[in-house]
Write a protein that binds this ligand. Structure first.
Ligand code: NAD
Length: 457
């Protein structure tokens, strides 16, 4: 049995020794993480396949490649990002100098979700150690094999005083949350996000919350229907729809609805339609409970395409639902599965207004050639991040901070944003003693006030 207190205390002691502030030490750890991933790719592929049938191709494309990309970036940039930055000082503090010192936060906790078990746990952990922190990672128990393989690889090869994977479910997470951390980074549902936020508040621990939500994709009348359908279908059904930034539902201009639905169906030709056709590329639903939840959302008379499922095999075929309104049951909560509702609209402004009445989504996508419509949607709806004429791919660019807003989360990571998330920027004013202007000191003569106004306004 792991003793959580001992692990946290061990990390705190190690952090306080100052070793992690050394940049070479951080880079060395990042290199070791990269090498461990490389050396253990087969194990990582096997574990995630056993968890929910994820293929090597998708695991590389949506998990490992992102990790390698991020590690390379950090190995190259961490020295530069950790430098003290001089900034201008202004007349009021003449002849002082001002500078900003990037400083690690301390002992950090990363709680991961199951749906991309490697990258959701390891990307924030990479940011944390690059910024000079110690990190405890708690992957999701729902992808138990992936969690176990991460624990095996990292706990056996890295010092637990620096980098530790703790496995377990709700009670283990609660035990961790009872400890005081210097930062908690959580990925998961809004419901659990609130629990984490409350636990963190007790210690005034800062949090980053990467949550979910219902992300819309607009298809306007002048969109390139074929390409839009291709990209929407890929983004929706990768990971069998169990992706936080998957297009949750489509808002399609009524004038092109029929033509666009035909294009969607064409794109689905090579996907399995029944459980017997499951191949190594189409994923399972993570467990029976989630499969049953999703099955309840399939209203038979609303199925335009697909609709087959097997609870036993945790299989749901890619399904398009049509004649959907915002009042349908499938619009109540984040779908997080391979069901794609199509809502048609006659008036774009009214469709936008409907989206704005709902919680702020994690992503929003616009498929259109109209600059006016694109701008209108991007400017009037508040959402975490998104793409024009594409879906999902914004998260593959680590120059773009990734995170939600409002109900879909707070804070961001990926690339420099991840480093910033785990860094405190300490501001310092350094003033020599050879000169001091008398104006700010008592007694406050009128001429002093005048001079201050003259200098500062
Ligand atoms: P979840 O909230 O059920 O679980 C996330 C983590 O919290 C797990 O590690 C779990 O062990 C822990 N947990 C669960 N219940 C808890 C409790 N009562 N107290 C303390 N800890 C608890 O989420 P999930 O099912 O793993 O993931 C699906 C959700 O995550 C979806 O809403 C999805 O949109 C969201 N998500 C968001 C992102 C993002 O980057 N914004 C990425 C992936 C998933």
């Amino acid at each position: 049995m792991e003793n959580i207190k001992e692990i946290v205390n061990g990390q705190r002691e190690f952090y306080n020794s100052g070793i992690t502030k050394n940049i070479d030490c951080r880079v060395d750890q990042l290199r070791r993480v990269k090498q461990l991933l490389k050396d253990n790719e087969d194990k990582l592929y096997q574990a995630i396949y056993e968890d929910f049938g994820k293929s090597q191709f998708e695991t590389y494309m949506t998990e490992l490649s992102l990790l390698y990309h991020e590690l390379n970036r950090y190995i190259k940039r961490v020295k530069k990002w950790s430098r003290v930055v001089k900034v201008s000082t202004g007349l009021a503090n003449f002849p002082a100098k001002s500078f900003i010192v990037p400083e690690p936060l301390g002992v950090t906790l990363v709680i991961g979700a199951w749906n991309y078990p490697y990258q959701l746990s390891l990307l924030p952990a990479i940011s944390s150690i690059a910024a000079g922190n110690c990190v405890i990672i708690k992957p999701s128990e729902l992808a138990s094999k992936s969690s176990a393989v991460m624990a095996e690889i990292f706990n056996n090869n890295l010092s637990s005083k620096f980098f530790r994977v703790v496995e377990g479910g709700v009670s283990k997470t609660q035990e961790l949350l009872d400890e005081k951390f210097d930062k908690i980074f959580f990925t998961g549902s809004s419901r659990v996000g609130k629990i984490v936020y409350q636990a963190a508040a007790k210690n005034l621990t800062p949090v980053t919350l990467e949550l979910g939500g219902k992300s819309p994709a607009f298809i306007t009348a002048d969109a390139d229907l074929k390409m839009s359908a291709k990209r929407v279908i890929w983004a929706k059904f990768i990971n069998a729809g169990q992706t936080c930034v998957a297009p949750d539902y489509l808002l399609v201009d009524k004038r092109i609805e029929s033509a666009f639905k035909r294009e969607l169906v064409k794109q689905l030709k090579c996907y399995p339609k029944v459980a017997d056709e499951i191949d190594d590329n189409y994923l399972k639903i993570v467990n029976q409970k989630s499969t049953e939840r999703l099955v309840k959302l399939i209203e038979k008379d609303k199925v335009f395409y697909g609709g087959n499922y097997s609870v036993e095999h945790h299989f749901i075929a890619p399904t398009i639902l049509h004649n959907i309104t915002f009042e349908d049951i499938v619009m109540d909560e984040e779908i997080f599965g391979p069901l794609l509702p199509v809502i048609s609209y006659m008036n774009l402004d009214k469709a936008i207004a409907k989206v704005k009445q709902r919680p702020k989504p994690l992503a929003c996508y616009v498929y259109s050639k109209s600059k006016r419509d694109i701008e209108k949607i991007l400017k009037t709806i508040s959402f975490g991040g998104g793409a024009v004429n594409d879906s999902l791919m914004h998260l593959s660019n680590n120059n773009l901070p990734f995170g939600g807003v409002g109900d879909s989360g707070m804070g961001s990571y990926h690339g420099k944003a991840g480093f910033d998330t785990f860094t405190h920027y300490k501001s310092i004013l350094d003033k020599p003693t050879w000169f001091e202007a008398p104006v700010k000191y008592y007694p406050y003569f009128k001429w002093k006030r005048k001079l201050i106004r003259f200098m500062l306004e």
